[in-house]
Design a protein around this ligand. Structure first.
Ligand SMILES: Nc1nc2c(c(=O)[nH]1)N[C@H]1C(S)=C(S)[C@@H](COP(=O)(O)O)O[C@H]1N2
Ligand SMILES: [Mo]
Length: 301
């Protein structure tokens, strides 16, 4: 059960903007409401966690397969065919195979997670995701004892993705996590936002969300998940290893070689709103710092 982490969720945020909950995400809203007032309510909030508007979240995006302008994904991602969809889960699992999206959804319990989201470019948002814990999906496939890492891959469809004709990245977009990071209860596969199906520009029909890491770790439109015993290659690290490490935990003390990571610009705050301090592990240190005990985070960045 996920209610250990309800400190990330507040009642008034469950259905802001009066959005209609559709069937697929309905469970999410219900689960969310059921979880209110649990242990998390007592936990102090470091900030108000005001969610960004649907408009902000769905119009200011990074999804380079559709272009590098922040408006490109909203402009072009509708062309992506998301039905039917399946995720190949392979490598070191007991039950490798193609898992149909609808079958996955029938087995997973979707809930609302209100998370900070911090891009390595030093802007941020707060997003009310709907999703399920990645651990539940991995357990469905049966992780074998030798597995140490999880590799992820985004769909690659040149006919539907105008951005992939440019060699900005080595397509398909790939990402990876250490197994303990992937199994952490904060790590989810998001399938909705504000109780609605996740829009294509945000990574439909399902994308990874790792709230304590820079946004580029949260790979979109996942078609393959591979359990492995070797650290998998990741797109931004392949593009520039000096600037983007495998871990990419949000860390205000480790600057990007070309800019400071000490502060961030919260999207939606207006042109003259002050920058806000960036928090270690994006504010999730109580939950995740133990994963990195004894590691030098300036070297393993
Ligand atoms: N496949 C894929 N996943 C991706 C990206 C991308 O270009 N392609 N961009 C990443 C980056 S840099 C960020 S900040 C987030 C943006 O997510 P959002 O558009 O939902 O805010 O998606 C991440 N996942
Ligand atoms: Mo990003």
């Amino acid at each position: 059960m996920a209610n250990r982490w309800t400190n990330t969720l507040r009642e008034r945020d469950v259905t802001p903007e009066g959005v209609y909950l559709n069937r697929r995400q309905m469970i999410a809203g219900a689960a969310g409401l059921g979880l209110i007032g649990g242990a998390g309510a007592a936990q102090a909030q470091d900030d108000a966690l005001e969610p960004n508007s649907w408009e902000d979240i769905t119009s200011y995006n990074n999804y380079y397969e559709f272009g590098t302008d922040k408006g490109d994904p909203a402009r072009y991602a509708d062309a992506l065919t998301i039905e039917p969809w399946s995720v190949r889960i392979d490598g070191m699992v007991d039950k490798p195979g193609d898992y149909a999206f609808d079958e996955i959804m029938a087995k997973m319990s979707v809930e609302e997670r209100l998370y900070r989201f911090r891009c390595v470019e030093a802007w941020s948002m707060v997003v009310p995701w709907n999703g399920f814990e990645l651990a539940d999906l991995l357990n469905l496939a049966g992780v074998q004892s030798g597995a140490k890492y999880v590799a992820f891959e985004t769909v690659l469809r040149p006919d539907e993705m105008p951005g992939v004709r440019y060699p900005v990245l080595d397509w398909p977009y790939v990402e990876g996590l250490r197994l303990d990071e992937a199994m952490h209860p904060l790590t989810i596969m998001a399938t909705g936002i504000y109780g609605r199906d996740i829009p294509n520009q945000n990574g439909a029909p399902l994308r990874l969300i790792v709230p304590w890491k820079y946004g580029f770790k949260s790979i979109k439109s996942v078609v393959r998940i591979t359990l492995t015993d070797k650290e998998p290659p990741t797109s931004w690290n392949k593009a520039n290893a000096r600037e983007y490490g495998f871990y990419s935990n949000v860390n205000p003390e480790v600057d990007h070689p070309r800019w400071s990571q000490a502060t961030e610009r919260r999207i939606g705050g207006g042109l003259f709103s002050p920058r806000i301090p960036t928090q270690m592990f994006n504010g999730y240190g109580d939950e995740v710092a133990a994963l990195y005990e004894g590691m030098d985070l300036t070297q393993k960045f």
